[in-house]
Ligand binder design. Sequence first.
Ligand code: 9WN
Length: 423
Amino acid sequence: MEARPAVDDAALGREAWSVLDANWTGSATVPAPGLYPHQWNWDSTFVAIGLARWDTRRAGTELLSLLAGQWSTGMVPHIVFHPSHSDAYFPGPSVWRSQDHPASPNKAITSGLTQPPLQALALWWVWRHAADRAEAAALVRRLYPMLVAQHDYLATTRDLGGGGLAAIVHPWESGMDDSPVWDAPLGALPAVRYAYRGEELPDSHQDRYIWLALRYRDSGYDGAYLRDEHPFAVEDPMFNGIWLASCQVLAELAPLAGADPGPHREAAERIRAGVLERLWADGVFRARDLRSGRLSPVCTVGGFGPMLDPGLSADRVEKLVGVLESPRFMGAAGYPVPSCEIRAPQFDRSCYWRGPSWVNTNWLLRRALAVHGLTGPAGLLGAGTLRLVRQAGFRECFDPFDGSGRGSRDFSWSAALTLDLLA
Ligand code: 9WN
């Protein structure tokens, strides 16, 4: 593995700030230089979490610039495009055509999909840790109605299964693009091939990603189409676990905005009932494919998402922690937390969401453990994550056995969440 000279906490913190400053556009932080030149939804939100203790204003600007891309339906897009780099990432604005849709914002060009609804949790994190309390309270008042609209959108347009959960309609919406969880639903789609490549190549998942995005776009980003026709609809435990945690903190924030916390508590109860009834099987949470009715046979880091819920019962938490600490995940890895269970045939230590460890999911799991008072395991997870970035730098993801870096360098959420872990 690549070795770096040992860095102490102060030097690591300085390096993290310089990555964040280099990736800052003036109103948002791009995920990484080059490969991802636009604002991504959960990337930006993790950056706001990392900034929360240090710079209230910048964390707020990050969230506000993302929410400037919110559609009038309440949907918060997975990408807000930087206008001057529009051709630098495929699929770009010409594929999504957001400007042609009446619900899209006037002043931002966006994708038509969303990503995990982490914004309320980030806002709460900012409010809880803010050095500048007045600034944080003003931010809460400003963002609260936008987050209510986002949650209403999920509870209505995205409850495609009728069981109180939000369905994702594209793997990109999970944030875990190539997770083996999507293999079965993607495999059930017709074979497609795209002329955009200008050459005859075998059908790939990438073709199916584009095909799904175009079908949804060509429906006019229509909710009834999603319910009745769209061939990809999955209830994902991480997406819904994040939503549940966001509902709970929105209940805490509501009084600051002069609003009633009751509806957020009720929403959290509905989602909790939904994940338990629909996604719990064999001692873990699994994604439900609404089109086939099947639960995913493969267990991934996403299956721990509902542990972010402080209301999850102690016996379920115990079972989940048992799986997390077993050789299926952390027990056989040198570094936390493999994105796919190690014993699964699909596990691949070097391929994005099919095996490598990620700083953002480590942060979420550390938070989930802390929420349940498991400070010992939470501390170990935080320390293991810091070991990764100390040794390999702020990489996009890491080999879970030897800790070597994978994917992009100078990756923003790896840097930002390091600042939080160092606190
Ligand atoms: C598609 C930006 C994004 C992250 C996702 C990660 C990857 C995009 C891609 O990069 O997804 O949205 O091009 O593969 O999987 O989590 O938000 O960093």
